[in-house]
Design a protein around this ligand. Structure first.
Ligand code: HEC
Length: 160
């Protein structure tokens, strides 16, 4: 009984001193110039979203939308966004209507082989499948109701 009280009386102050030293060590450096690991993490998280947005945007334009917006913007918008060189304008049902009536195969053929001012494959390096999807995307914005082209092999053979 008496011994226990004595032990407690010695150990407790030691614990208090240790805790105080640890707290002191934790708080002093954060006030200084060198950023603590917590602050570094915080800064990293604040910087990160800039890079993440780009990665996410690229990813969402990935496999699922290969031929749609991505190819359209990269290869077709130059002429079709504003209707340059007499191209049927994107989303202009009046300009697309008569062309849509010729059917998907005819439109795809024009896009693949070129037509008047439009160079074959739009002059770019897109695959037949990507061109096909861009045609569907653009034509559907102009009033068509074409189905999504199927697997690359099917689209390629349909074009021949
Ligand atoms: C250099 C300009 C240019 C680019 C780039 C371009 N086009 Fe065209 N496109 C035209 C012009 C001009 C026409 C109208 C051709 C005509 O009927 O005289 C046209 C017409 C079309 C037509 C209708 C064809 C028809 O038979 O009536 C389709 C479909 C088409 N483009 C798809 C595309 C796709 C898909 C892309 C991108 C992969 C693309 N174009 C890129 C200029 C362009």
């Amino acid at each position: 009984m008496h011994k226990q009280q004595q032990t407690g009386g010695v150990v407790l102050p030691i614990i208090i001193v240790v805790v105080a030293v640890v707290l002191f060590a934790m708080f002093v450096p954060t006030g200084g110039r060198a950023p603590s690991p917590d602050q570094q993490q915080e800064v990293a998280e604040r910087i990160q979203p800039i890079g993440l947005v780009e990665v996410k945007a690229a990813a969402s334009n990935g496999p699922a939308r290969t031929g749609e917006e991505k190819v359209y913007k990269a290869q077709c918008a130059a002429c079709h966004a504003a209707g340059a060189l007499g191209a049927p304008k994107f989303g202009d049902a009046g300009a697309w209507g008569p062309r849509v009536k010729t059917g998907f195969e005819a439109l795809l053929n024009s896009a693949l082989k070129g037509k008047n001012s439009m160079p074959a494959q739009s002059g770019g390096a897109a695959s037949d499948y990507e061109i096909a999807r861009a045609v569907v995307y653009m034509a559907n914005q102009g009033g068509a109701k074409f189905d999504e082209p199927k697997a690359p092999a099917a689209a390629a053979s349909a074009a021949q």
